[in-house]
Design a binder for this molecule. Structure first.
Ligand code: FE2
Length: 378
């Protein structure tokens, strides 16, 4: 596979017309009850590497944050240091969860002005943060629930993460698990709110809808949901948005909304180039995945055709397979990674496919329903 070095005129025109060029996911900030222990979990179980720290030792009085990285994925874990921090309100309402999805941009002021002029609600106005390594411009807007998008302009900064952070170099070192980048991040929104938020991503952020599922695509005997996938101009940021649909019992989306006490990020899909190696490593370190019934593998090849991997290996790990017009993909979902049944991770390896695993929804939701039943929330 080779990539042309000649500029693609269509791509250049598309990017010129994109009023909000996003260069990628800069970082994801989670507000958590105990950042020190969460950081240890993401290091020891997930293979994230320690990068930077902000807290009492750097002069921060109200919150402490740990920055971890693997591939292009940067996680920030933040905990309040006293009862006055507003982080407490978020934790009381939502438990641990994603507060911020930050984008890497070339111009954080322009990103703010373009989105505010199109109707975004401000989270905070553009401001400059400086230290000896240079300066970063940050601005923020609100999206669904209490989630925020932050624009990070960092071309004049050479430090590890953001000004105000110090290097964090614990003796404890772990091997990574092969995670490369954020493939997509899914939001759960309230009844009847999906179209409102798709319109927000289209009108305020210039995203386009690339896929839509309704409750006929995604329903089991008991539960249903609807979903639309929004993508930015260069396709680097993809946000599926789910809302619940009427089913015979409570859907996993309703369970999320109940326990998160509002709308928010449901799952973060992270890409790997070798899902068998990644999942083997994660399982060995204690990450728990959803169980797929063994009979899934009896018929899956009739649906997806030939694949490079040995079916027995995928069956052993419970890795799911789906195909679209462009190729196939392998994916697997963790159980929720916090005690409230809210956020989880997806591990995904794309082998040409650009879709999201629609062919697996049935098996997946039945698997989630078994977990819901055990929690008494179905
Ligand atoms: Fe996903």
């Amino acid at each position: 596979m080779s990539e042309s070095i000649l500029p693609n005129p269509e791509k250049i025109i598309a990017e010129a017309a994109d009023f909000l060029p996003l260069l990628g996911t800069d970082h994801i900030e989670m507000l958590v009850g105990n950042a020190k222990q969460s950081a240890f979990y993401y290091m020891s179980a997930w293979g994230f590497q320690p990068v930077a720290f902000r807290g009492l030792e750097t002069g921060a009085k109200d919150e402490v944050s740990y920055v971890l990285r693997q591939g292009k994925i940067t996680l920030v874990l933040t905990t309040p240091l006293n009862s006055k921090s507003p982080v407490n309100d978020h934790l009381r309402d939502h438990g641990d969860g994603v507060k911020t999805v930050a984008f890497w941009v070339a111009d954080a002021r322009k990103s703010y002005n373009e989105t505010i002029s199109r109707g975004a609600e401000s989270a905070f106005e553009p401001f400059v943060r400086k230290d000896d390594d240079g300066e970063v411009v940050l601005s923020g807007i609100k999206t669904y629930g209490e989630t925020e998008h932050v624009f990070v302009e960092r071309q004049n900064y050479s430090g590890l993460f953001l000004p105000g952070y110090m290097a964090w170099n614990p003796d404890y070192k772990v091997e990574d698990t092969g995670l490369l980048y954020v493939d997509h991040m899914v939001g759960n929104v309230d009844w009847g709110q999906m179209n409102k938020w798709c319109k927000f991503y289209a009108e305020v952020m210039g995203f386009a809808q690339i896929i839509s599922f309704d409750d006929k695509d995604i329903s089991t005997e008991y539960t249903a949901l609807m979903s639309k996938v929004m993508s930015n101009g260069n396709g680097r940021i993809k946000f599926p948005i789910n809302e619940p649909a009427k089913g015979r019992k409570k859907s996993q989306i309703e369970e999320y909304l109940d326990f998160y006490e509002g709308e928010g990020i449901q799952h973060i899909a992270v890409a790997t180039a070798d899902i068998v190696a990644t999942v083997t490593a994660l399982k060995a370190r204690g990450v728990e995945f959803l169980y797929v019934p063994d009979n899934y593998y009896d018929t899956v090849l009739d649906r997806v055709g030939d694949i490079d991997e040995e079916l027995a290996v995928l069956r052993k790990h419970g890795i799911l397979i789906d195909r679209d017009d462009e190729g196939y993909l392998l994916q697997l979902f963790t159980k929720p990674v916090m005690d409230r049944p809210t956020m989880f991770f997806e591990i995904i390896q794309r082998k040409g496919a650009t879709s999201f695993g629609k062919g697996n929804f049935q098996a997946l939701f039945e698997s989630i329903e078994r977990e819901q039943e055990a929690r008494g929330t179905l």
